[in-house]
Design a protein. Sequence first.
Length: 171
Amino acid sequence: MTAAHPEGQSRVTPVFDQLLALLCAGKAAFRILEHPAEGKSDAVARIRGTRPEQGAKAMLCVASQAASTPVLAVLPGPARLDFRKLAVAMGARKATLADPALAQEVTGCAMGAVPPFALSPDVRLVADPALVSSNAEIAFNAGRLDRSIVLAVDDYLRLARPQLADIIRQE
């Protein structure tokens, strides 16, 4: 089902509005879930009523080269990011998590609320294939800790157009 912008909704973030505009314009199959604010993958999956593996965890990362483009790394909620693999996907020698202030500045979101979309042309998007190969839908915080979107995987791939690369750390 395609959701329209909820009427009478209280103040929303620009990122939330951007996502809704993108998904509606792209005729995506999605639904919006309102819930208590939560930024932890396993806890928000329980609140959403989704499997933790459906959660699209997005983390802003930077390469060791100062002038390189930041990368939004997206992986299933319970997975851990392998920074060496991400560096290879970025064409860099080393990748690290961006500091919270930079992540907020670049994404417009608090940590934990970053959606799996590169809404800025200055951000590259890399997603692990495990997220999209084993789920019909993904779920993610939509620029806010109290709003999630559940989105058809095909629509995510079509609209976000992530580079797919193995970036999960094997335990």
